[in-house]
Design a protein around this ligand. Structure first.
Ligand SMILES: Cc1ncc(COP(=O)(O)O)c(C=O)c1O
Length: 261
């Protein structure tokens, strides 16, 4: 268990389980370069290279799930670009169509032509190749490029991260702040040493108090996820950080957050 909390243990565990169950070879290892829904978690730098090595050792393809981390979210076009690892397959979606429902698989020629995937119907979909969705993706990519949104994600994300690190100095119940580009996680804890999460009731209050002041943030859970639109400006990011600061001060001064269950 070299990387507790970062998923590699689960990957290794899963690999062993699968091998035992099938007695055949493991087909694939799938991993998010940075965990999204789990709380915008940034693993240590050697995590992805270790997963790549594990996949190679097991003869499995490596699938990077870039549904959340792709299309500029992390300050680079793809999350894996931060890791120095080249996956065999990437799953993409979400920001890909700017809200239009579309997702996809990216892979090299060899895998694309390998059977059974390459067989008629094995990789087809009733909704695949939708022309309107294709235009939504083309326009999204054009806008990301023409408006330098990957660079904006990197630049505004770095500023926001810095502001949130300052808040960590101020509020004892912020246990951790981490991020890449506009994918930022703020860990709320009852105790910094034990890392016991803050009661969900308190984070729900943070969420509603933010909302009252005009900030919609995924703060309803003790692992706050900050994923603003890539077009966010420095001024808007600063305004959001100020509202969060105000709400956290309100909680510190009015709520028995340590005792709340
Ligand atoms: C990281 C990640 N991968 C995959 C999915 C699944 O995507 P879809 O809803 O398009 O099946 C999600 C959905 O939230 C996700 O967050």
């Amino acid at each position: 268990m070299k990387y507790p909390g970062c998923g590699l243990f689960c990957v290794e565990f899963g690999a062993k389980q699968l091998k035992n169950a099938s007695s055949g070879s493991l087909a694939a290892v799938i991993v998010e370069p940075f965990q999204g829904t789990a709380g915008n978690v940034i693993p240590p730098d050697d995590f992805m290279p270790a997963v790549r090595e594990l996949a190679n050792r097991l003869g499995a393809v490596l699938i990077a799930d870039e549904m959340i981390t792709g299309f500029g979210r992390t300050g680079k076009m793809w999350g894996v670009e931060h890791t120095g690892v080249e996956p065999d397959i990437m799953t993409v979606g979400k920001g890909m169509g700017s809200g239009f429902p579309i997702s996809g698989l990216l892979m090299g020629e060899d895998l694309c032509h390998a059977e059974p995937f390459a067989k008629p119907s094995a990789s087809s979909s009733s909704y695949g190749g939708n022309p309107l969705a294709a235009v939504a993706v083309a326009e999204t990519i054009r806008t990301i490029q023409s408006e330098n949104l990957v660079e904006n994600s990197r630049k505004v994300g770095a500023l926001l991260l810095q502001r949130l690190l300052e808040l960590q100095e101020k509020y004892e119940f912020i246990g951790d702040v981490r991020g890449r580009g506009l994918l930022i996680g703020v860990e709320l804890v009852r105790d910094r040493l034990t890392k016991e999460p803050l009661a969900s009731k308190v984070s729900e209050l943070i969420f509603t108090e933010c909302l009252k002041r005009g900030l919609l943030a995924m703060a309803y859970f003790p692992r706050i996820r900050i994923n603003p639109p890539l077009v966010i400006t420095e001024a808007q990011a600063e305004a959001g950080a100020q509202i969060l600061d105000e709400v956290l001060a309100y909680v510190r001064d009015n709520v028995d957050w340590r005792a709340a269950s």
